[in-house]
Ligand binder design. Structure first.
Ligand SMILES: Cc1cc2nc3c(=O)[nH]c(=O)nc-3n(C[C@H](O)[C@H](O)[C@H](O)COP(=O)(O)OP(=O)(O)OC[C@H]3O[C@@H](n4cnc5c(N)ncnc54)[C@H](O)[C@@H]3O)c2cc1C
Length: 378
């Protein structure tokens, strides 16, 4: 017997920050939404867990945060060069520390309370356009979902659902590792620590924990036969400040790992599919802006979908307006983030060490570029 299919106006594939926040916003405007998430809540995700402050208004407005001082406010920044030299500066506009375990779960509960139909622990396998223009989504369980609009919010590795318009096979892929740790460290401080082939970040989250997260090019891990412990011993510890941290920390949770990702803008719309969050492009985490862009994408797509379902704009106008945001604003933000990361990494360890000796120009550039990679509140 064929599995029954369910109908909805908007199907959202992926229940991370982009998918859940878009689902919440639409459902609060009485637009029927079904969201498909392959995993369950709550769970850990690999992330530096530092949200840039541009998201604060959105977080409070939507009810994700009740008061801004519920979570550590982070407004001091230390850049630690591979040789252990530390450079301190104010963080403009700063950020908030919250674990993905808590944040995604809070958004999930808000989405449920807003009336979103959530199918979790089921994976979207394929999306096809039917002759009548509707989308047919086949789930791993055998269920079918039919929708008027389909949004892909399945994160940075959602290529199995669609053909990536810019295949990145020729570019080096990256991997990331996260721990929750106990550490003697100020809670208003974020430290970014460089090492050969990558960088690590450490900052406070809720409940007195610290998030220690690093990412590096996968080829460096291969040198250690994919073994995280040996990678940390052989490469991370070469930075004396990371070595100190690894000696002082007590692991509470982790390691959690992710791999095979690339940075850069991809697309906001393709073949009538709409993309949201990392699925539309992945900004390097150096400036802590990926989560804010996921929220911002949802905030930009939401009113267009409301107008579309109210009959105020047609489909072509919706796509054109969303493309304006994606190909204009979003692409620029992601490029700034890539430029900043390349500046910090690509000249290689040698130039970084030289730069760390000249303590005037680099921090100034860093501050200017960080501002460029960060957006206005929304
Ligand atoms: C190492 C690292 C450190 C980072 N640090 C920071 C930081 O400090 N600050 C910051 O702002 N950003 C950071 N980011 C980026 C941030 O994590 C992302 O930008 C953010 O999670 C994007 O949210 P999203 O909803 O687009 O994707 P995700 O949070 O990845 O959510 C996508 C969801 O889709 C689900 N999914 C995937 N495929 C399917 C399918 N076929 N069917 C159903 N469900 C599916 C997944 O299970 C997942 O829950 C970091 C990223 C990495 C890798």
């Amino acid at each position: 017997m064929k599995n029954p299919s369910s109908q909805t106006n908007v199907a959202i594939i992926g229940g991370g920050l982009a998918g859940l926040s878009l689902a919440c916003l639409l459902s609060r405007d009485n637009i029927p939404v079904t969201l498909v998430e392959k995993e369950d809540y709550p769970r850990h995700k690999v992330c530096g867990e530092f949200i840039s402050r541009e998201s604060m208004d959105f977080l409070i407005r939507t009810g994700i945060f009740e008061k801004e001082n519920n979570y550590p406010l982070i407004d001091r920044f230390e850049l630690v060069f591979p040789n252990g030299k530390v450079h301190t500066c104010d963080l403009e506009p700063g950020g908030i520390g919250i674990s993905r375990f808590t944040l995604d779960h809070k958004l999930y509960q808000l989405a449920l309370n807003s009336g979103v139909n959530i199918i979790n622990k089921d994976k979207a396998n394929t999306i096809t356009r039917q002759e009548n223009g509707e989308f047919q989504i086949e789930l791993k369980s055998g269920k079918q979902l039919i929708s008027k609009v389909a949004v892909i919010a399945a994160g940075r590795r959602s290529t199995s659902l669609y053909k990536d318009s810019k295949p990145k096979a020729d570019r080096l892929s990256w991997f990331g590792v996260k721990y929750h740790i106990d550490l003697p460290m100020d809670i208003d401080l974020i430290r970014i620590m460089m090492f050969e082939g990558g960088y690590a970040g450490v900052s406070a989250v809720e409940d007195g924990r610290y998030c220690f997260c690093y990412l590096a090019k996968s080829k460096y891990l291969k040198k250690f036969k994919g073994n995280i412990d040996r990678f940390e011993e052989g490469l991370l510890r070469k930075n004396p400040e990371i070595d100190k941290l690894l000696n002082q920390r007590t692991i509470i949770d982790g390691p959690f790992t992710t791999s095979g990702f690339h940075f850069g803008y991809k697309q906001i719309e393709k073949d009538d599919l709409l993309f949201c969050g990392d699925a539309s492009g992945f900004i390097p985490p150096l400036t802590g802006n990926g989560m804010s862009l996921a929220f911002r994408n949802a905030v930009n797509l939401h009113p267009l979908l409301v107008k579309y379902f109210n009959g105020e704009i047609n489909w072509e106008k919706l796509k054109a307006d969303y493309r304006k945001y994606g190909d204009g604003y979003l692409e620029k933000r992601i490029s700034s983030g890539e430029f900043l990361q390349n500046l910090a990494l690509d000249p290689g360890i040698f130039i970084q060490t030289i730069l760390s000796g000249s303590m005037t120009l680099f921090p100034f550039m860093l501050k200017q570029l960080s501002k460029k990679a960060t957006g206005k509140p929304f």
